[in-house]
Write a new protein. Structure first.
Length: 202
């Protein structure tokens, strides 16, 4: 059996969420858009304690990385997640953690790469969280491209929506995924209109 690690699950919190200061629903303001976007990456919950039977050389690095992450020291967290991954290169949990830390650093493109690898997990819960977080990372990645590559931005938002839809296929009562899905659809329409305006101006 593969080792189970402490996973930084940056997920939406709602009634019945794990207790603690991070157990709250978070909305992230996007100043450039003047609107709000629900993001699981703002709510952190530590999930699963490593059973001693599953101890592995990577577990120590993951624990160090998690500690740096909770302190907001993302560069150091990334360093230890990468060391952990080198010791257990097949771990989808560590791929998830890497994607999460990269998102917090604002490196959305690399965040997407690692979160996509996390989708290969056999853990249905982790896979659902990776789908949701991929939706967020792809949205952020797309908006970052808006001014220099609007077609690329549109494609990123379209991909973002596909991931939210997969979450909703699994649970159509997921209020946060529903909110994000509707929000990104509006943003996608805005970008498409902007693309048409740019074509008319040429």
């Amino acid at each position: 059996m593969r080792p189970v690690y402490n996973i930084l699950l940056l997920w939406r919190a709602r009634k019945g969420a794990r207790p603690g200061p991070s157990a709250r629903r978070a909305r992230e303001a996007i100043p450039s858009l003047g609107d709000c976007f629900v993001t699981s990456f703002l709510t952190m919950t530590l999930l699963v304690v490593i059973p001693s039977v599953y101890a592995s050389p990577a577990a120590g690095e993951v624990n160090k990385a998690n500690d740096f992450y909770t302190k907001g020291q993302f560069d150091k967290a990334l360093e230890h997640y990468q060391k952990a991954l080198s010791k257990d290169p097949q771990s989808t949990a560590i791929e998830y953690d890497l994607g999460t830390a990269l998102y917090k650093k604002g490196d959305y493109s690399q965040s997407v790469d690692h979160l996509q690898k996390a989708l290969l997990t056999d853990d249905a819960q982790l896979q659902a969280k990776a789908q949701y977080n991929l939706g967020n990372a792809l949205y952020k990645s797309g908006i970052a491209e808006e001014d220099k590559n609007i077609q690329g931005a549109i494609e990123s938002l379209e991909r973002s929506l596909r991931h939210y839809e997969k979450v909703l296929d699994r649970s159509d009562k997921d209020a946060d995924a529903r909110y994000n899905d509707e929000f990104v659809k509006k943003e996608l329409e805005r970008l498409k209109k902007k693309r048409e305006q740019q074509k008319e101006q040429k």
